[in-house]
Design a protein around this ligand. Structure first.
Ligand SMILES: C[S@@+](CC[C@H](N)C(=O)[O-])C[C@H]1O[C@@H](n2cnc3c(N)ncnc32)[C@H](O)[C@@H]1O
Length: 210
């Protein structure tokens, strides 16, 4: 479990108990989309990037070596695998550390890009996570979220509600895009899916804090 006092990764112990299986199960599902999204950003040389809830570092391979990436996560077992990837590949542009997304230990405006892939629905307080992500992004910096959001289609939304008791037990809940991005200084510049029937939406926005 996390050694950070008071921090709560999620209601289930899923990531602690199954961290060793995570890549085997999710690489095929998550990595191609993440890689496509990161490539599409054309991250500029020298950019400072934060990935919140970096987990086992499934995304790390996709970042260009000319930017500096910090990954944070609450689950040490997941981070151990991310660290192992960094060492194995000799990646000097990446580092990871244990930290609560709801209480980021970075100064205001420290990053040009802040990413959250499949994380917003597992934290206990998404509004606080968003506030923290925006705080540490510089004005005009970019926020990128990949997640499943509650569908606007009534039938699909009803399906989400039907399976919600199961997903809650597994440690995540289904939020609407508005639950996550409403009432924050974020100008959404693009929302899209990488495939028509994909469950996951990519949200890209500019930090408009003053
Ligand atoms: C579904 S996994 C996604 C991991 C990775 N982003 C990916 O796409 O493969 C969710 C991650 O969020 C992390 N997490 C949950 N609550 C957190 C918190 N409060 N602060 C930081 N990380 C958290 C979990 O430990 C887990 O690694």
């Amino acid at each position: 479990m996390s050694s950070i006092e008071g921090a709560q990764a999620h209601q289930s112990k899923l990531y602690y108990e199954f961290s060793h299986l995570y890549d085997r199960v999710f690489t095929r599902v998550f990595y191609p989309r993440i890689a496509q999204v990161i490539r599409s950003l054309n991250i500029e040389p020298g950019a400072r990037v934060l990935e919140v809830g970096v987990g086992t570092g499934l995304s790390l391979d996709a970042y260009p070596t000319h930017c500096q990436v910090t990954g944070v996560d609450l689950a040490p077992d997941m981070l151990e695998q991310a660290q192992e990837k960094i060492v194995r590949n000799g990646w000097r542009h990446l580092d990871v550390m244990e930290m609560d997304a709801l209480n980021l230990k970075f100064a205001d405006s420290s990053f040009d890009y802040v990413m959250a892939f499949h994380v917003v629905s597992v934290v206990p307080d998404v509004r606080r996570m968003m506030a923290e992500m925006l705080r540490v992004t510089r004005p005009g910096g970019t926020l990128v979220i990949i997640n499943h959001f509650r569908s606007r289609n009534r039938l699909l939304a009803a399906l989400d509600s039907l399976i919600e008791p199961i997903t809650r037990r597994l440690g995540w809940h289904t939020l609407s895009l508005e639950d996550v991005t409403g009432n924050v200084p974020l100008e959404i510049t693009r929302t899209y899916k990488t495939a028509k029937r994909s469950l996951f939406t990519i949200v890209i926005g500019k930090n408009r804090k003053s």
